[in-house]
Design a protein around this ligand. Structure first.
Ligand SMILES: Nc1ncnc2c1ncn2[C@@H]1O[C@H](COP(=O)(O)OP(=O)(O)OP(=O)(O)O)[C@@H](O)[C@H]1O
Ligand SMILES: [Mg+2]
Length: 326
């Protein structure tokens, strides 16, 4: 059987915010991996730790309060959790591309877009300025920006939101990374542009063979773009498996509730939308036991033991809390 190599393997990642002796755990023992040419979706509601997880992987946590306190982040076998700030600077934008939700804050407003694409090439390759400019135009063309020879000399504010996101993709992919981390890459865009951007990422992934981590709160995006899914709740992974397994045979009450809430979006009467009751508790109030039970108002005195995370069938992992594992 042909063995697909793992580009990234995250093992028991722990990230905390705080200072002195006061620390709160935002990411609590998260593990997953993503293979060459594959897309892993990370899904969960707002505040469940998706962005903090991805910031932890590439040393972009706000400093000094955000710290990776444990675990391994193996990128092609090298542990990024132990890499120096200088080494991480080399990885980001080089072997690892990153796209954020809001391109206007990620792009530099005072530099022309072509220069911003060229800059990553100058930093990570041996290209001359002239070669980098030619390649930048080539990348802008590749991501579907019309008249790239002209657009290369425009500033971010001269472009639409969708075009700015395309520029972000051009920057992220300029150095042909092995891994692309996309944190809500389409959330700020309107629906038709969203679909175009997701198609673009998929096409470029096929062409370049990179692994992708797609972070989203939208299970619809997962269904359309991913091979495997990690469902996060309150800083932990509660379920993971292939897209097919997660949609056809979800086992955790939280995953089931998420799926139900998207299916209902397609029903005509939105007034009857069954949303998940309650909210994700703040990291200051996390219990050690099952956190979805905490939301369902199970008495906290019963939530003192962390549920096991078990492989219930090949490749399908679930937190087997006796109440939530169904
Ligand atoms: N700089 C920070 N200091 C303290 N707590 C933080 C900081 N950044 C994030 N957190 C906390 O970490 C938790 C996870 O946040 P995170 O941004 O990863 O959520 P998310 O899943 O990406 O949500 P969203 O869908 O809204 O983007 C939240 O409880 C948040 O309040
Ligand atoms: Mg986020």
């Amino acid at each position: 059987m042909c063995q697909v190599s793992k580009v990234l393997e995250v093992k028991n990642l722990i990230t905390e915010f705080g200072s002195g002796s006061q620390w709160l755990r935002a990411v609590d023992g998260v593990s997953f991996s993503v293979s060459e040419g594959k897309t892993l979706g990370v899904v969960g509601e707002s505040g469940c730790g998706k962005s903090v997880t991805c910031m932890s992987l590439i040393d972009l946590l706000p400093k000094p309060m955000g710290v990776v306190k444990g675990g391994e982040v193996l990128f092609k076998g090298v542990d990024l959790a132990k890499a120096s700030a200088k080494e991480m600077y080399q990885y980001r934008g080089g072997d690892i591309g990153v796209i954020f939700q809001e391109p206007m804050t990620a792009l530099n407003p005072v530099h022309k877009v072509g220069r911003q694409v060229a800059e990553v090439l100058l930093l990570h390759t041996k290209m001359s300025k002239q070669e980098a400019r030619v390649e930048a135009i080539e990348m802008l063309k590749k991501v579907g920006i019309p008249a790239p020879e002209k657009r290369v000399d425009e500033y971010p504010h001269q472009l639409s939101g969708g075009m700015r996101q395309r520029v972000m993709i051009a920057i992220a992919l300029a150095c042909k990374p092995d891994l692309l981390i996309a944190d809500e890459p389409t959330t700020a865009l309107d629906v038709t542009v969203q679909a175009e951007i997701l198609d673009l990422i998929n096409d470029l992934q096929k062409e370049m063979g990179m692994a992708v981590i797609m972070i989203t709160h939208d299970l619809g995006v997962i269904a359309e773009t991913c091979d495997e899914v990690v469902v996060m709740y309150a800083g932990r992974v509660v379920e993971k498996g292939t897209v097919k397994t997660i949609f056809k045979n979800p086992k955790h009450a939280y995953t089931k509730a998420l799926i139900k809430s998207i299916l209902s979006l397609e029903t005509p009467n939105k007034a009857t939308l069954p949303t998940i009751p309650g909210t994700v508790s703040s990291i200051a109030n996390f219990v050690e036991g099952c956190r979805f039970c905490q939301r369902m108002e199970v008495d906290v005195s019963e939530l003192t033991v962390r549920p096991k995370f078990e492989e219930v069938e090949p490749g399908h992992w679930v937190e087997t809390c006796p109440r939530c594992y169904q």
